[in-house]
Structure formats: structure tokens, C-alpha cells
Design a protein around this ligand. Structure first.
Ligand SMILES: [Zn+2]
Length: 339
């Protein structure tokens, strides 16, 4: 009975809040972006965490037209991104080995208007240790890799384009964590500090040599939902690519007081909205809970489910406290794919 109440849930206010806040859109999720941007200077330990080369083939040269904290669009989640101007159709290379965890290439739309933000084609590669790279604004149907594939450093993964929120044909590149927050980075083949300077042109030497090896699939970080007052103690959830034939468990603890009596773990559309698949767990007197998530019904419940791995099925994953009135919403969600 409780379950039914929760499913019908989400009273009008709850739904509104979910639609408004649940997403982890760069332009809506200020608090995380500001925290990172507030760090200000380059973090040397982060720089060393992933050794990379420029995201295009050796010998090719492109001008860097927007860097970290760039005024046009590099704030919040995109704060530490680099834009390289290049003609549409230019080959894009993986900056280091990894596994492809997201491919979006079905969009033909783009322009200098934030309304296009969902229309950007992109590829995300998991390099392990919670570090990912994202390649954005790619040309329609230009991906040369599929979700789940292992790629080598320097491998051509797609062609550049002008899809999404973009003022001119270019590649938007960033190193990011599991939440999608971009991180400071440096390139082995950029002379000097490795940090590109605005409006300079950089010739790639990305032959795949000397870059970080693939460190294995990144796990969901324990603080992924700390902003919701919930800490993960133990889980077999991966950070980005989920499997519908796998059973996920999550052991967690409530850090906010008073602790809620129940929590919800759920998948919703990538831009937020009503839960598509959800599970609920009772919170014990000490504040602990255990959730089990079964995603096997996802293909039938999702709109536009893609069976092929040349286009990812994109969702947002959230772990949130359930309020006394049975509504729930998540301030922080994690973008994931499922197959
Ligand atoms: Zn950009």
C-alpha cells in the first residue's frame, strides 16, 4: 500500500520539484560547479591523475577558442572545458585508453541558443579511477565506436560537428568526474605547462604513447548523493553504464537529521521527471538502509529504447529521502546509460 502511494506519488508539488530540480543540467546545477570553480587554481594531483594528449590526430592543428571559466559557456559543470575550433567533419581522437560508456549521435540540431543544450551529440569514455572524458558537438551519426567498446589512446572515435549549444563548428572537450563535473587537466603534447592558452593553435602529437592506461570500470562514488543527505557505504553500481540484466544493491546511511523513514533509489529520464524504475528501502533506527534495484523492466517502460549500442539509452539515477507526505525529489542526480 505504501508502495502504491509512493508511485502515484509525487503530488503536484513533488512532480514540479522533480521536473525543475532533478536534472543535472550544467546550467541548473550551480552548487557543484561553483564549488569546483571556487577552487580556482589547477590542482596538481588532479593533473597527474590522468595523462592525456590532445583530442585530435597527430599533425592536426586547431585554435583553442574557449578555455576554463570562458565567458560564453564554460561555467558550472563545464568550468574546466576546452573548445577547439575545427571544421565540421574533423576526426576526433580518444585522449587515452578507456571504455566508451555513452554515445549520442542522433541529433542534427545546433545553434547559439541554450535551448539546443540537449541536442549536442557526444561521446563519454571511462578511463577508470572515477575519471572520464567527454567529446561534445559531434557530427550527426559520425561515431566510429559503440557503447561498451574498449578504445585505444589516439583512436579516432567520431567526427566533429556543430550540434547542441554551439556558436561555431568546434570540439568541446573536458575531463570530468562521475557526476559530470569537469576537472582541471593538462595535455602531454601542449608545450610548457601542458595547459593551452586562449587563441593559440596547438598541433597534436596524440599517437597514444605515454598516456594513462585504462584503469578499469569506474565505481559509483560513495559521495554521489551526499547532497541529498545520503551516503553510500557499499554498492555494485558502476558510475555510468548500467546493465539491465544485473541486480544492483546499495547499502547506505542517512547523514541528515532527522533521518527519513524511507529512501528511494530510481531512474528517471535524463532531464528529470517521473521515476521510470524505482525501489524503496526502510531506514533503520541507526539510519542505515539497503536498496536492491532491478532494471529488467526498463526497455518496456522507456520511450525510444535503443537495442543497438550505437546510440545510448540515457537516464538520470537518484537516491533520495522520502518525505513524510510520501513525495520525494533529488537535488543531485547522476547521468547514466543502461543496456
Ligand atoms: Zn565548450
Amino acid at each position: 500500500m505504501i508502495l502504491r502511494r509512493l508511485l502515484s506519488a509525487s503530488n503536484p508539488l513533488g512532480i514540479f520539484l522533480m521536473l525543475a530540480i532533478l536534472t543535472s543540467l550544467p546550467f541548473h546545477s550551480w552548487s557543484q560547479g561553483e564549488r569546483a570553480a571556487g577552487a580556482g587554481i589547477i590542482d596538481p594531483s588532479r593533473e597527474n591523475a590522468l595523462r592525456i594528449k590532445l583530442p585530435y590526430p597527430p599533425g592536426n592543428s586547431y585554435r583553442m577558442i574557449q578555455g576554463p571559466h570562458g565567458a560564453f559557456s564554460h561555467d558550472g559543470f563545464n568550468a574546466y572545458a576546452y573548445d577547439f575550433r575545427m571544421p565540421e567533419g574533423s576526426p576526433i581522437s580518444a585522449v587515452a585508453p578507456g571504455r566508451v560508456v555513452r554515445v549520442k549521435q542522433d541529433s542534427r540540431q545546433g545553434g547559439k541558443d541554450p535551448a539546443y543544450i540537449d541536442q549536442g551529440n557526444s561521446i563519454i569514455i571511462d578511463h577508470g579511477n572515477g575519471l572520464f572524458t567527454q567529446y561534445l558537438h559531434l557530427q550527426h551519426q559520425s561515431a566510429r565506436v559503440k557503447e561498451g567498446e574498449l578504445v585505444k589512446g589516439g583512436e579516432i572515435i567520431a567526427l566533429s560537428g556543430n550540434t547542441g549549444y554551439s556558436s561555431t563548428p568546434h570540439l568541446h572537450f573536458q575531463v570530468q568526474d562521475a557526476t559530470g563535473q569537469s576537472l582541471p587537466c593538462a595535455f602531454l603534447d601542449v608545450p610548457g605547462t601542458g595547459i593551452p592558452t586562449l587563441y593559440r593553435t596547438y598541433e597534436s602529437q596524440n599517437d597514444g604513447m605515454g598516456v594513462s592506461p585504462y584503469a578499469g570500470e569506474s565505481a559509483m562514488p560513495n559521495d554521489a548523493f551526499a547532497g541529498n543527505g545520503l551516503k553510500i557505504i557499499r554498492t555494485n553500481l558502476s558510475a555510468h553504464a548500467l546493465r539491465i540484466d544485473k541486480r544492483y544493491t546499495l547499502r547506505g546511511r542517512c547523514t541528515a537529521t532527522p533521518a527519513p523513514r524511507q529512501v528511494a533509489l530510481y531512474l528517471m529520464p535524463a532531464r528529470g521527471g517521473k521515476p521510470i524504475v524505482s525501489t524503496y528501502a526502510h531506514v533503520d533506527e541507526a539510519g542505515y538502509f539497503t536498496c536492491t534495484l532491478d532494471l529488467s523492466s526498463l526497455p518496456t517502460r522507456s520511450e525510444n529504447w535503443s537495442e543497438t549500442n550505437d546510440q545510448s539509452n540515457m537516464f538520470a539515477l537518484a537516491l533520495a529521502p522520502i518525505r513524510p507526505d510520501s513525495s520525494f525529489w533529488s537535488k543531485y542526480s547522476i547521468q547514466v546509460t543502461a543496456r
